[in-house]
Ligand binder design. Structure first.
Ligand code: PXL
Length: 275
């Protein structure tokens, strides 16, 4: 039996039942973009960690048996996208996943979820950071925020950045593996900027008017669109622009519908127009 007659994307991320992040947003978006989406859960949460209370069930010990079954089915992925990973050991398992399923032909997108606003997430250890640097080598596309690219390149975090400083960090990181890097969510006056780097091309900065506060899960919407577009062969810059515009629309609608910040964005309202 051949299970590989349609484009397929594996996503390695947590499943949070409420709060619109990770698998819960990536799955519908990738499906809408006409790609079969196959999730490998890293943890199961009742709701994401931005809430005061949540149930958390770590999935690390079960991931290898789960991956082995996919190998038995001879699944071939056109893309692999990784997100929130809880520990050094879990990142090592994802490296094993890459060894099992990464080929010359598929595209790997790593969202190195480690921190924000100049700080690592409280659950994130220095050991996990070191391991993330190893995972970055498997990436064709990397989607760090400023905090994450600073950690990955041993650069001190500060507030305002010049394009030259961003170029320096991106080319340093690109030399370790990824040929495309987008630094997401850079505060740029009254704009939010996404910096796009493609090896061998001039870098660009795509600016979108800043609206409201930042909301959880928007990074996952971003990497889902970038991943599906990469599998569908859409040029990188066009894809970054599409993702930024879609998120902005969703934020405007979420404000209009008075959705609490922790609940993410009501992307369902616009899922129909996403291609
Ligand atoms: O991408 C955001 C995210 C994903 N997964 C979990 C989270 C968060 C943000 O807080 O807690 C479990």
């Amino acid at each position: 039996m051949n299970h590989n007659n349609q484009k397929k994307l594996a996503i390695v991320n947590d499943l949070s039942g409420f709060g619109r992040c990770s698998i819960a947003v990536e799955l519908p978006i990738i499906s809408k973009m006409k790609i079969q989406c196959c999730p490998l859960p890293t943890a199961i949460l009742s709701n994401h960690t931005g809430f005061d209370s949540f149930f958390f069930d770590d999935y690390t010990k079960k991931m290898c048996a789960y991956m082995d079954e996919w190998k038995k089915l001879d699944l071939k992925f056109n893309g692999i996208c990784t997100g929130f990973l809880g520990s050094k050991h879990q990142i090592q398992i994802v490296e094993k996943f890459m060894e099992m399923f990464k080929t010359e032909d598929n595209v790997t997108i790593v969202d190195p979820v480690m921190g924000d606003y100049g700080k690592l997430y409280c659950t994130y250890t220095m050991d996990a950071c070191k391991e993330m640097r190893r995972l970055v080598r498997y990436a064709d596309i990397l989607t760090p925020n400023l905090t994450e690219i600073c950690v990955l390149t041993d650069t001190d975090y500060h507030e305002s950045w010049t394009k030259e400083e961003l170029d320096k960090m991106a080319s340093k990181l690109s030399s370790e593996g990824p040929d495309k890097i987008v630094i997401t969510g850079i505060s740029w006056g009254s704009y939010i900027a996404n910096y796009c780097y493609e090896r061998g091309k001039k870098s660009t900065i795509i600016k979108t008017k800043k609206i409201g506060e930042s909301r959880s899960g928007t990074g996952d919407i971003f990497s889902a669109i970038i991943s599906a577009d990469a599998v569908n062969g859409v040029p990188f810059e066009e894809s970054v622009r599409k993702a930024a515009d879609f998120i902005k629309k969703c934020i405007v609608k979420s404000i209009e519908m008075e959705i609490p910040i922790t609940d993410g964005v009501c992307f369902e309202e616009y899922l129909g127009i996403l291609k």
